[in-house]
Design a protein around this ligand. Structure first.
Ligand code: PFF
Length: 452
């Protein structure tokens, strides 16, 4: 392989890949999006389908993406080019990593707007705005923020600058160290908050909402939402995991690493649900309120906790850092490619992409207020980007990558890459991917195109 295609670093320990990949997976999707998705989609029915998706679609597809990423040890675009040049795959596949990079770019444009909300709430929490607040007051704090384009622009810009600076560094250096501190702190904080929430909130209603459901609640929309969210939550289909896998040591078991990432990601989402939902029921907030659910319910809890000003500020800080470690992976595909292929410095490459993200983010935050009359298929730009990426683009890219791995890469090559100690594990993964995950994604993709 030509020198310019070699990746620029390698994780110095197997755990660093797991940490970085978990940092990509755990983010706003777990803490902000999961609780309101459960709320909007009927509770238990969504949770059941979501858990099945994580196990039988998310995990096999993640393993496929990582195996592909490590096979050539180059950025995703050059990896696919390399496979084509060696006549292993057809030229048309070269398009797929560009689509994955585009998905990451589009997601980051609205993801950084939401991270901006977390920054705004961090500032308010530091100032003590939530001390002894109630749900009506926090609702108006949220509403005030959403109706102020200038404030959202400010926080969105701050977050984009942080992302540019972070992606400008080599991901194999600082990122894993940050995640190493961040993840345990986040899990501990969520554990503590869930205990509080269970004690003061409405646990009975939460449990019956999450665990009693009927088969007829599993509608096509619920399945679509659950699969889309599983992809979003595991950062599948945007090339971030693919790109990180290039820096992974050849001796590491991909299946084990991916299983840990899926486990951590699911645990954090469930913990977030156990923090938010009991409060929502106790405060009589509508469980299908949508994207504002976490931002309305949590500050009320912080407001009534002893030391809540500090606890709330630390929580929002952790949320911002979790969003940052996810955001970094959304730009990694294009940044690593521009750097390795065209020798553009990582900082310049991330600046170039960051400006695009910044501008598109402006348009999507304006669609929540000044430009709210401008809709496509009934959606404002912010919702359109969310729906289009989660329900269409991510499943399509994930489907294409899985078909590429399962049907186009020689099986012996995959067996070598996956080095499972037990050959049965390989067979299990291969068959689930081929006969279960791929057909499901196919159905989902077609339904997504028809339904959105
Ligand atoms: N998995 C992240 C979250 O749940 O917040 C979001 C995400 C990160 C999506 C990276 C895609 C990606 F490439």
């Amino acid at each position: 392989m030509p020198e310019n295609r070699c990746v620029q670093g390698i994780w110095t320990s197997p755990w660093l890949f797991i940490l970085a990949a978990s940092g990509s997976a755990v983010g706003l999707g777990n803490i902000w999006k999961f609780p309101y998705m459960v709320g909007e989609n009927g509770g238990g029915a969504f949770l059941f389908v979501y858990l099945l998706c994580m196990l039988f679609v998310g995990l096999p597809v993640l393993i496929a993406e990582v195996a592909l990423g490590r096979s050539v040890r180059a950025n995703p675009i050059d990896t696919i080019n390399d496979l084509h040049e060696r006549h292993i795959i057809n030229k048309a596949w070269v398009l797929v990593p560009y689509l994955a990079g585009l998905a990451g770019f589009l997601v980051l444009s609205f993801y950084s707007v939401i991270a901006g909300w977390a920054l705004a709430f961090f500032e308010r929490s530091l100032k003590g705005v939530f001390t002894e607040t109630d749900e009506v007051q926090t609702q108006s704090v949220f509403q005030e923020l959403i109706s102020s384009p200038s404030e959202m622009m400010l926080w969105h810009s701050v977050f984009v600058v942080l992302v540019i600076l972070a992606v400008g560094q080599s991901v194999t250096r600082g990122l894993a160290v940050l995640v190493k501190v961040l993840l345990p702190s986040l899990v501990l904080m969520l554990l503590g908050l869930s205990v509080y929430s269970v004690l003061v909130g409405d646990l009975d209603q939460t449990l019956s909402f999450l665990f009693s459901w009927k088969w007829n609640q599993i509608t096509p929309n619920v399945v679509l939402a659950a699969v889309g969210h599983a992809f979003f939550s595991l950062s599948i289909g945007m090339g971030g995991m693919f790109a990180y896998a290039a820096y992974m040591s050849k001796h590491m078991s991909i299946a084990r690493a991916c299983s840990i990432v899926v486990g951590v990601d699911t645990l954090v989402a469930i913990l977030a649900g156990l923090v938010v939902l009991p409060l929502v029921f106790a405060l009589n907030i509508n469980v299908d309120t949508g994207p504002s659910l976490t931002f309305i319910s949590l500050p009320v809890a912080f407001g009534s906790l002893p030391g809540g000003q500090l606890v709330g500020s630390v929580f929002f800080l952790l949320l911002i850092l979790a969003a940052l470690t996810s955001a970094i992976s959304m730009l990694e595909l294009f940044v690593s490619w521009l750097h390795e292929r065209f020798y553009i410095s990582r900082l310049k490459a991330s600046l170039l992409l960051g400006v695009g993200v910044w501008l598109l983010g402006f348009a999507s935050l304006l669609s929540l207020n000044d430009w709210s009359d401008w809709t496509v298929f009934g959606y404002v730009l912010f919702d359109l980007l969310d729906k289009f990426t989660s329900l269409i683009l991510l499943p399509v890219v994930a489907l294409l990558l899985s078909v590429l791995v399962a049907l186009n890469i020689p099986r012996s090559r995959l067996e070598n890459e996956l080095i499972t100690r037990n050959p049965k594990h390989f067979k299990w993964w291969y068959n689930v991917l081929k006969f279960f995950s791929i057909p499901i994604m196919l159905v989902i993709t077609i339904t997504g195109w028809i339904g959105v």
